[in-house]
Design a protein around this ligand. Structure first.
Ligand code: FES
Length: 310
């Protein structure tokens, strides 16, 4: 059983035939946001979950999955004559709730998926196709329930539930194997002690510079004699932030344009929903030293200048 699932997922990951339709869908998503004009960016940040500090999609999918699981139970009771007088109405209500939740979770999922690459893009496309199929089946089931076609409504919902489970399996693959929606910033707590990383004189003013601190990528930004330091890897999908740039004193990711506050690491713009880890900095004898900040959400970056003789 396990290897059968594994083979199916691998087949989807290798299916280059999915690339052309996936780019068409992505262009459709981009065009939709373009039509929103100046509201496009806030709308995308809302759907990504920047306001929440966590992707919205994973917890929103619990609405259709939970509602349709309840519908399957109620349909089973109704079909076997064990339900009460309001069972069919309750099933209809939760199917409707699931349809509404599925529309919302599709919007958040497509917004996240548009930045996926390669295998994750293909798996995401099939995941979306399965969930869209399930949504269509449940919408059909809901219409049948309203028309009093109870048997066909229950059969359609049962097929839809099987499709939802298959879509959910691929959703798990996207999270646990392809790490979509996972924080990719540096997880290491190092360096715990101040460590020399660069000469202050070598830092260009207002330009991010990537350095390696014992295997940990860090970005230094020197402005007017002060130096701030943040993780060198973007939380969204791990882009090298040393190749990014500054925009209004925020660090911009070179891959998908997330912008991060240099003092707190908080994303000012998505798609990243997670903040960047920050580092304390100090300057000693003209050398920049960094230390991973113990409480990296604290609001102020620390730059101290110390004389070598102290
Ligand atoms: S990797 Fe996507 S915004 Fe940075």
């Amino acid at each position: 059983m396990r290897s059968r699932f594994e083979r199916m997922v691998s087949a989807v990951e290798r299916a280059q035939v999915l690339d052309a339709p996936s780019y068409q869908v992505e262009h459709g998503v981009s065009l939709t946001f373009l039509l929103a004009g100046r509201y496009a960016r806030p709308l995308q940040d809302l759907l990504h979950g920047v306001w929440l500090g966590h992707p919205v999609h994973p917890f929103l999918v619990t609405v259709p999955v939970g509602a349709w699981t309840a519908a399957a139970l109620l349909d089973g009771l109704d079909a076997t004559g064990r339900g009460g007088p309001g069972t069919a109405q309750a099933a209809q209500a939760v199917v409707g709730l699931g349809v509404a939740g599925a529309v919302a979770s599709a919007a958040t999922g497509m917004t996240d998926w548009q930045h996926a690459h390669d295998e994750a893009r293909r798996v995401g496309l099939v995941h979306a196709a399965l969930n869209s199929t399930a949504l269509a089946l449940y919408s059909w089931s809901l219409a049948d329930r309203r028309r009093g076609r109870a048997v066909r409504a229950r059969v359609t919902a049962a097929v839809g539930y099987a499709v939802v489970l298959a879509g959910g399996y691929l959703g798990g693959t996207l999270s646990y194997r392809h790490r979509l929606g996972v924080d990719h910033s540096v997880g290491s707590r190092e360096p715990r002690r101040f460590t020399r990383v660069a000469d202050l004189a070598d830092l260009p003013d207002g330009e991010p510079v990537g350095v390696d601190v014992a295997g940990v990528p860090v970005v230094l930004v020197g402005t007017e004699g002060a130096v701030r330091a943040v993780s060198g890897r973007c939380p969204h999908q791990g882009a090298p932030l040393g190749e990014g740039w500054l925009h209004r004193d925020e660090l911009v990711c070179p891959w998908h344009g997330s912008r991060f506050d240099l003092d707190t690491g908080e994303p000012a713009q998505g798609p990243s929903t997670a903040p960047l880890p920050c580092y304390d900095t100090r300057i000693r004898d003209g050398r920049v030293e960094v230390r991973r900040r113990a409480h990296w959400r604290s609001a102020t970056a620390l730059t101290t200048v110390e004389e070598a003789s102290r």
